[in-house]
Design a protein around this ligand. Sequence first.
Ligand code: FAD
Length: 385
Amino acid sequence: MVAYAPFKKVSTGSLWGSLARALSAPHPVGRYSGYLRALGVNVDGAATVTDVHRDTADSVTLTIRPGRDWRGFAAGQFVNLGVVVDGVRHTRCFSPCDSEHRADGQIQLTVKAHPDGLVSRALYDRARPGMDVTLTPAAGEFRLHEPRPRDVVLISGGSGITPVLAMARTLADEQGWRTESAIRRVHLLHYIDRVEDLVHAAELRRLAALPGIGVTVVTADEAVGGVPGAHGLTGRFTAEHLDLRAPWAFGPDSVAETYLCGPAPMMDAVRAVYAERGREDRLHTEAFTAPAPVAPPQDGPPTGTVTFSASDVTAENTGDSLLEQAEGAGLTPAYGCRMGICFTCTAVRRSGCTRDTTTGAVDAEPDQPIQLCVSAPVGDVDVEI
Ligand SMILES: Cc1cc2nc3c(=O)[nH]c(=O)nc-3n(C[C@H](O)[C@H](O)[C@H](O)COP(=O)(O)OP(=O)(O)OC[C@H]3O[C@@H](n4cnc5c(N)ncnc54)[C@H](O)[C@@H]3O)c2cc1C
């Protein structure tokens, strides 16, 4: 581990020699970043895993010490975690689940291992203290509002607990010491399939014991023993659960803001309740997976040729996103979220027209950066990858 070791003064000549040796063989990222930093090259983002805890049979919680350039995060935001899997660096978005006021400056990520997931599986199987990773600055609009709302409802499902747990922990830390944080009521309503899927159980218990904060964990088909606040609630999200556990959320004097993160069907169910009650403006959401793309206008099958000019590869336009078409053509562009929020897959569209699959908007200005994951070609397109 050299990324954080203090650097000895070295002559530039010997350093370049060391750099050449370093780059000629595979090393942890910290090794490369160490040499590059000493040369004055800005290598933001090197970070180190300091603790690994496998909470459940398919999740792992990493504690990570960010590098010196780290500027912290706002509860609810995400980071891009970079990790080398089989010699290739991949990045994925993860939402820190700590309080944003954590004193030691480290962050905690809880990763659910998807059976076929490249990065999540690798982290579950191989993460260990001392592992070098990279972190981008925190980003995302999903975050606790400033000034803090007086009442807060947090609703999550499965791995979607991470950003709302960060919010609950942050609000708990702020009780009493932030002047604008006269939090009257906070309730976290969390949905899981089975008791064994519950992560951060001890922390949820701690939060539930604090004044002003309630926690309800609901399992799909059985009452949860020993988990805070279940009180016999089971099944999927319903308006009744909300009314029972946070009856103040829709009261006449309510100033509650609701933050929601979970699987698409659960989020749809919550949205429907808020729409029915005319409170959509109070509902703030984050999804870990992409929503269905906006359907293209019905003007016939896709036409044209997609050119990946930096790779000298062409393919018939299938109408899918440029990321999927590049992968279909055997290329491996870097990606993070596959939904247009993390910008990892940004590349320059040299010519041609593309459609934003999240909005339907088309654009044909040459030499513009576009996100491959949410851009579909309309006719001939040349992308520089
Ligand atoms: C803002 C945000 C925050 C997030 N926070 C968290 C968090 O705190 N905790 C957490 O566990 N997860 C979080 N995620 C999800 C996380 O970023 C990853 O998506 C997840 O871990 C899966 O990554 P993976 O590499 O294991 O899977 P991948 O290998 O990337 O596969 C993911 C899915 O995409 C599909 N897929 C893979 N390759 C292709 C392809 N070529 N074409 C089409 N489909 C493909 C797979 O079938 C699979 O279902 C977050 C996501 C976002 C966007």
